[in-house]
Ligand binder design. Structure first.
Ligand SMILES: [Zn+2]
Length: 245
């Protein structure tokens, strides 16, 4: 029985690793999703800056058009006053030109503001583009590293699965069936180490008689509380106990 238990212990170690590989896959998927979301946020920031820059260019064009119109109006008004008949009309025309000149001055100032805004928007866009490129590179690097880690672990698991196939052939059919059932219902942990008369699977105290039998290792004993198959780590102390029992 001791040999059978030892076999089960080795199988359990492999099963624990297999179980962990599923956890690792889930963790990998979650980390990947977090990375993608972070990248998406950076992308959104970039698109917002792109839109802001486009709007500032549009505003500049609009102001330039308005200035051209004002200059055109000034020219037409200047031509108009050449043809007026009375001094009163001439004075009114001059006054109109002065107003237009004032408007032109305001529009020129507005264009300078607009150019500044365009420059600032351009710089902000460049910054966002740099941040996006860096985030993309970082995301790819992280993805690559995670995938490599996962692949290495999964390759190791494949090896262990092959070892497991050989090991299970040596376990008694009934015992293996019990182990397999426990593995399923006990969340991947069918075996529990009995330590200091305590089950490490559920932390309950093991009755002395059962514990002694586990130490003897002549039959398969399960925890009365969690039903896991109990085993002991043979140290020289309980080995001596085993010998004298
Ligand atoms: Zn237990």
């Amino acid at each position: 029985m001791k040999q059978q238990l030892e076999l089960l212990c080795r199988i359990q170690t492999i099963d624990t690793n297999i179980f962990r590989s599923e956890e690792l896959k889930r963790k990998y998927a979650a980390e990947l999703q977090a990375l993608e979301e972070e990248l998406k946020r950076t992308e959104e920031l970039y698109h917002a800056e792109q839109e802001r820059q486009k709007q500032s260019e549009k505003e500049l064009l609009r102001r330039e058009r308005e200035l051209a119109e004002a200059r055109d109006l000034k020219k037409r008004t200047e031509e108009k006053i050449m043809a007026v008949k009375t001094n009163k009309e001439y004075q009114a025309g001059l006054h109109e030109i002065e107003m237009i000149k004032q408007q032109i001055k305001e529009k020129e100032d507005a264009i300078i503001d607009s150019m500044d805004a365009c420059e600032a928007a351009k710089a902000a866009l460049q910054k966002a583009a740099d941040a996006l490129a860096a985030a993309k590179a970082q995301c790819n690097e992280k993805k690559h590293r995670l995938q490599k880690e996962l692949d290495a672990y999964l390759a190791e698991i494949e090896q262990q699965k092959k070892q497991r196939e050989a090991l299970v052939k040596e376990v008694a059919v009934d015992l293996l069936a019990n182990y397999t059932r426990l593995l399923k219902v006990k969340n991947g942990r069918a075996l529990a180490l009995a330590e200091n008369e305590q089950c490490t699977g559920c932390s309950m105290k093991i009755p002395p008689q059962i514990y002694n039998e586990v130490v003897l290792g002549e039959s398969i004993k399960t925890c009365p509380n969690c039903n896991r198959i109990l085993y002991v780590a043979y140290t020289s102390d309980n080995e001596a106990q085993r010998q004298s029992a």
